[in-house]
Design a protein around this ligand. Structure first.
Ligand SMILES: NC(=O)c1ccc[n+]([C@@H]2O[C@H](COP(=O)([O-])OP(=O)(O)OC[C@H]3O[C@@H](n4cnc5c(N)ncnc54)[C@H](O)[C@@H]3O)[C@@H](O)[C@H]2O)c1
Ligand SMILES: O=C(O)CC[C@@H](O)C(=O)O
Length: 463
């Protein structure tokens, strides 16, 4: 096993560039249609070089589908069930080229600063708030996620929770488990005819809207964007309008500075007495001490929380006051459903996420495609074919400043550039070019010249 620490070409060993492994490229599943359209039948599998040099760290029990796709490429894959404390994460991340995480692992600038070999991050989930996306982009590290593979799972959970809360099912079930028969109808309702207020009408909010209407609910929603209503749902202009009208309120916004504490004391005051609150978005969106007060006062008749400001690292860990100071107060409340961040945790969702994110990582590592990246411009080139054996793909990630393309073209312009694409996003630009009739020595020369430019963030050559 090689001890290579960098999958970018090593300047002291250009011969490695000629090691084009025979392992075949995994085709993405049919839903990755945009990619499928670009892959000819005789596509040439591109590789940075020997794939056994690529080290992958998968944390947080990423689904096996993802692990298999990465292992089949010949990458060295280390798999851990939980997230890691920051000091251990820093030790591990120094060595890896690819990291796969879920919502728990915080890839802050402090951690990423140590990740000298890292080229790509896979968030095996929807949320990407746990990664410093701008810092990653500034280092030329691409970030991918799975934007909607678990949306349906979350929407179904919320439908189930509305029925559970309206019928106080959590409490009745706990009482029966404790041996107590307590047959009541007081304060129990159908959800038919009630109004659901959805905060954030994106992938999850919109799915939920359709399902809720099928259950006989009226749907209103609030979003910072003007979004087309599905069915007979109605967008309201202000959050306060939604709070005043809805019987059930559910949050589906991303974690952003503007969504932090979005539902707090003032918002609870504006809600109808006896309303219900559900949060399966991010733990910082709802001010939990304010929720505790609102439930104790009877303003809120029930709530379901799936996410928390501080969550345990792995299964079996405690959810107590050490983690969140109000933990015991929260657990003492009636008609409160607490779940351990399982909104997207279904077999269907996790398998789909495993495939989608792992394929994006492979495409990026092997082909340089940034299609679907959340922090870099999207750049894709038609695949090289088996009829183009002496071609190399040059990727130059650089600062988006004037004059760079002139300099780059001075370097690659002496060669036959078959195709080239460049795009920018904020301060970072991504250039990809396929160059024909090159040998290992030429590639080394190209690589060294590009690396010496002051605009350089990262250079990669695939062969
Ligand atoms: N509990 C879970 O397991 C689970 C699973 C999936 C996603 N999530 C969380 O749910 C969030 C939403 O997921 P999604 O796929 O629907 O995202 P999305 O990006 O498709 O939709 C989010 C919507 O929120 C809106 N929005 C943003 N800021 C807002 C604000 N300040 N006020 C009102 N609306 C605002 C956006 O315009 C967008 O329409 C994710 O970001 C993630 O954090 C949790
Ligand atoms: O699986 C997870 O850890 C996160 C699930 C969810 O919050 C998401 O962002 O997709």
């Amino acid at each position: 096993m090689s001890n290579a620490r960098d999958i970018r070409p090593r300047q002291d060993d250009a011969s490695l560039l000629a090691t084009s492994p025979s392992a075949s490229f995994n085709s993405p599943s049919s839903h990755s249609s945009a990619f499928n359209r670009t892959v000819p039948v005789n596509a040439k599998p591109l590789k940075p070089f020997a794939t056994e040099d690529i080290k992958v760290l998968l944390l947080e029990n990423v689904n096996q589908t993802g692990r298999e796709i990465l292992s089949q490429q010949g990458y060295q894959v280390e798999f851990l069930k939980s997230s890691l404390p920051e000091d251990q994460l820093i030790e591990k991340i120094r060595d890896v080229h690819v990291i796969g995480i879920r919502s728990k692992t915080k890839l802050t600038a402090r951690v990423l600063k140590e990740a000298k070999n890292l080229i790509v991050i896979g968030c095996f989930c929807i949320g990407t708030n746990q990664v410093d996306l701008q810092y990653a982009a500034d280092q030329g590290i691409a970030v991918f996620n799975s934007p909607f593979s678990n949306s349906r799972s979350v929407a179904e959970l919320v439908i189930g929770e509305m029925v559970m809360l309206a019928r106080q099912l959590g409490d009745r079930s706990s009482e029966m488990h404790a041996g107590t028969w307590n047959k009541v109808s007081n304060g129990c309702w159908e959800i038919r005819g009630k109004t659901l207020g959805i905060i954030g009408y994106g992938h999850i909010g919109a799915q939920l809207s359709v399902l809720a209407e099928a259950m006989g609910m009226s749907v209103i929603y609030y979003d910072v964007l003007n979004i087309m209503s599905l069915g007979t749902a109605r967008q309201v202009e202000a959050l306060d309008d939604l709070l005043a009208e809805a019987d059930f309120i559910t949050c589906h916004v991303p974690e952003l500075p503007e969504t932090k504490g979005m539902i707090g004391q003032k918002q609870f005051e504006k809600m109808k007495k006896g309303s219900y609150l559900i949060n399966a978005s991010r733990g910082t969106v709802v001010d939990i001490p304010a929720l505790i007060d609102a439930m104790r006062s009877g303003k809120v008749a029930g709530a379901a929380l799936d996410v928390y400001p501080n969550e345990p690292a792995g299964n079996g860990d405690y959810f107590n006051n050490d983690l969140n100071s109000w933990g015991a107060d929260l657990r003492s409340l009636k008609n409160l459903i607490l779940t351990p961040h399982i909104g997207g945790s279904t077999e269907e969702a996790q398998k789909a996420i495993g495939v989608e994110v792992a394929q994006a990582l492979v495409r990026y590592a092997n082909e340089g495609s940034t299609l679907g990246a959340v922090n870099l411009p999207e750049v894709v080139l038609r695949s090289l074919t088996m009829d183009e054996p002496d071609h190399a793909r040059v990727i130059y990630i650089h600062k988006n400043i004037p004059g760079v393309l002139r300099k780059v073209n001075e370097i690659i312009g002496d060669h036959n550039v078959d195709k080239q694409m460049t795009d920018s996003r904020g301060d970072v630009a991504y250039l990809m070019a396929d160059i024909s009739n090159v040998d290992a020595a030429t590639i080394k020369e190209l690589y060294t010249s590009l690396e010496s430019l002051p605009s350089r963030i990262m250079t990669r050559v695939l062969y």
